[in-house]
Design a protein around this ligand. Structure first.
Ligand SMILES: [Fe+2]
Length: 399
């Protein structure tokens, strides 16, 4: 038995108009100040007014949302008592909204209660529906059941990754009007986050036919449309397909999971505050090489990536599987070059001295990160260190 969980997905131009069809008149809108300054909040509130819905706005979400932000939103949400909770923003906003929604529905609970074994979370939605409206094309948070919230413990900001299927939003409204305003660097960082969900997802231990179908299509769309969206952010077709690709990759990630690219990216980000898309995007090739080099003869990574490369037209159907599988590395390097995405950690402005000084902290955090268990090849401490060093220096992983 396996499963496929998804919100109701409404996508394409004017998807926002679907709000009219969702019952509920009192909306608690969760967003951040940048979204407000970009005029996106007004686009949403104009629609809410047009459809006769009342609203209250919480705009205090910060990047890498902290537990205290969630608790602040929870207080306001409880006192407003909405029947719709609407998240308008990127992953930080949507994660904050999922947690706020759950704490509004179950006011006796805490963030620590949002774990896969808490059956109460399956009953969310009795007080309000959760509508997620992504403004970037990358995180897939509008489709997933995970929440990443930072908590300061032991002198470091630790990213708590909480997860439960009940936390999946009721609706995901994927309207390309919002990502249109992303500057090129945010377009590529979020695009590489989506790509990482899809590429890592293909070989994760939870991979399945549904998630792999979505990963494959997302990879095809990202390779075609990310360079166009990067060069011309006003290209509607490219923005629309990138937005769809990010949601598809999010569904793949939500139902098939990711592995050590995200583990190592989370830990790099926890220490150096590297934006999530940059962190996982820069590590993607190194962890993929590490998995391709798996000495376990039963491992399927070569076979899976070879088939994927052939399906995407990157290799010929009669090519040797090993050769075909490694074209995935070449294609990712090529895409990084085309859109000017950093291909090694030292290009992220992190000094070698600081990197080495924090190595043990990062590795320690890796062993606490839930996505690590999804890897087909589990690194021990020495391998984590070596992958980080190779990724820092930009050297191919040959072990
Ligand atoms: Fe991600």
């Amino acid at each position: 038995m396996w499963f496929f969980y998804s919100p109701n997905v409404i996508y394409g131009e004017e998807a926002l108009d679907f709000l009219e069809n969702i019952s509920g008149n009192k909306c608690f809108v969760i967003t951040d100040k940048i979204i407000e300054e970009l005029g996106f909040l007004k686009i949403l509130t104009d629609k809410l007014e047009k459809f006769g819905k009342k609203y209250e706005v919480f705009n205090d979400v910060r990047p890498d949302p902290r537990e205290e932000d969630v608790l602040k939103a929870r207080e306001k949400c409880i006192s407003y008592a909405p029947d719709l909770v609407i998240a308008l923003g990127g992953g930080s906003v949507i994660d904050t909204a999922k947690a706020t929604w759950a704490l509004y529905e179950l006011p006796e609970s805490t963030i620590d209660d949002m774990h896969p074994f808490n059956s109460e979370l399956y009953d969310l939605g009795k007080k309000a529906k959760l509508i997620a409206i992504p403004t970037t094309s990358g995180t897939g948070a509008e489709t997933t059941f995970a929440i990443v919230v930072s908590r300061y413990t032991n002198n470091v900001w630790q990213k708590l990754i909480q997860a439960h299927k009940g936390l999946i939003p009721t609706f995901a409204i994927v309207d390309p009007i919002f990502p249109m305003a992303m500057p090129p660097n945010l377009t590529i960082a979020t695009g590489f986050d989506a790509l990482s969900h899809a590429v890592e997802g293909m070989i994760s231990n939870w991979k399945n036919e549904f998630s792999n179908a979505l990963s494959l299509k997302a990879i095809e769309l990202i390779f075609k449309y990310l360079p166009i969206a990067y060069k011309d952010g006003t290209n509607k077709e490219a923005r629309d397909y990138m937005h769809q690709a990010a949601t598809m990759a999010g569904l793949a990630f939500g139902n098939g999971n990711v592995h050590i690219g995200h583990t190592m990216g989370h830990c790099l980000g926890a220490v150096f505050h590297t934006p999530h898309g940059q962190a996982v995007g820069v590590l993607l090739n190194y962890v993929t090489q590490y998995c391709l080099n798996n000495p376990d003869e039963k491992d399927e990574t070569i076979e899976i990536y070879a088939k994927m490369a052939k399906q995407l037209g990157w290799a010929k159907w009669d090519d040797d599987n090993k050769k075909a599988a490694y074209t995935v590395i070449d294609k990712i390097k090529e895409l990084q070059k085309t859109v000017g995405f950093p291909n090694k950690i030292q290009d992220l402005g992190i000094s070698r001295e600081e990197f080495d000084k924090n190595m043990d902290i990062m590795i320690g955090l890796c062993f606490q990160d839930a996505s690590g268990v999804m890897t087909p090849r589990a690194p021990l401490k020495a391998d984590y260190k070596n992958i980080y060093i190779h990724a820092f220096e930009g050297k191919d992983v040959d072990f």
